[in-house]
Design a protein around this ligand. Structure first.
Ligand code: PMP
Length: 305
């Protein structure tokens, strides 16, 4: 794997080793930042990479800046242009991940959002699978609850809220699972530690509502649209009970990092036959074909670097 060499930091392209913040930085102390995770896919035959749905990621980041009262001095086109410039400079010849980060940059004590300066950086890092997409994974229902909208809005993709994700993921790994599914404070299924969840029941897809404290995933949106358009499969967005996980025919996580990742076991109960389901396989194929530019109809979701 190649190593990242550059970052966009304080308005400049700099050597990544020089992109450092002061220990007094507000967001380092209080998690007062919002960020994105975007994927670039290497295309060997074209010797170029394509970024998946970059505009939608920056749209979400700008909405989230609003929640966190972060004023960015860049508009969406400038954010995209700067990202492309950085990716060109890095010149990876493999798949990678882009991390834009908007944060409270003042050197200040006191957890608040006003009267502080804001700044923005981007770095990138080569990335293959974040979790297993080939063999399927084993998950548990976490004993940790999802942060709720009135406490720490999950839709905000707020740096500090990832402590909640870290608690879930760590517990899952230490208990011998690959990932966790987390429930809302009223006990309904929300999502994974950093990915959205779909289950298949009676040839329909089911996924938790955006009001069940999920991050409103761009991959989730993509899957709903692709399944409707290409497979004629409808997705029902609704409240899902914990025990519905035990009776699902198929189940999978989706996310920029997770891509489409089949779940074979939940809380020691096999999902369906315990093998990757037929519909899940079709969806994986479709998704990877789309992100790798093999289906021209969706090439408007890809931005060439
Ligand atoms: N939920 C959480 C908590 C996440 O961190 C992510 C990853 N960004 C997702 C869901 C999936 O979102 P997306 O498809 O936009 O990457």
């Amino acid at each position: 794997m190649q190593k990242p060499q550059f970052a966009y930091f304080r308005g400049d392209m700099v050597n990544i080793d020089d992109a450092n913040v002061n220990i007094r930085t507000h967001s380092l102390q209080y998690g007062t930042a919002v960020f994105e995770g975007i994927r670039g896919y290497w295309n060997e035959s074209e010797k170029s990479s394509y970024i998946f749905r970059i505009r939608e990621h920056y749209e979400r980041m700008l909405f989230n800046c609003k929640i966190m009262m972060i004023n960015l001095k860049y508009d969406i086109d400038e954010l995209i242009e700067t990202t492309l410039k950085l990716c060109k400079k890095e010149d990876y010849n493999e798949d990678y991940y882009i991390r834009p980060y908007a944060y409270k940059s003042s050197l200040a004590i006191g957890p608040k959002l006003i009267g502080l300066e804001d700044d923005f950086f981007i770095y990138t890092i080569p990335m293959g699978d974040y979790i297993d997409t080939e063999n399927g994974i084993k998950v548990c229902v976490s004993s940790w609850q999802r942060v709720s909208d009135n406490a720490l809005p999950a839709r905000g993709k707020i740096a500090g809220s990832y402590v909640n994700s870290a608690l879930q993921k760590t517990e899952a790994i230490l208990n011998g699972y690959d990932e966790a599914i987390v429930l809302t404070q009223d006990g309904h299924v929300s999502e994974g530690s950093a990915m959205n969840l779909f289950l298949v029941k009676d040839n329909k897809l089911h996924t938790p509502l955006t009001t069940d404290d999920i991050l409103e995933g761009i991959t989730r949106r993509t899957i709903i649209e692709l399944c409707q358009n290409e497979l004629g499969i409808e997705t029902v967005e609704r409240k899902i009970d914990r025990t519905e996980l035990y009776t699902a025919d198929e189940m999978f996580f989706v996310g920029t990092g997770a891509q489409v990742s089949p779940i074979l076991e939940v809380d020691h109960r096999s999902v369906g036959s315990g093998k990757i389901g037929k519909l899940t396989k079709n969806i994986m194929q479709l998704y990877f074909d789309v992100v790798r530019g093999k289906i021209k109809k969706y090439s408007n979701w890809l931005t060439k670097v």
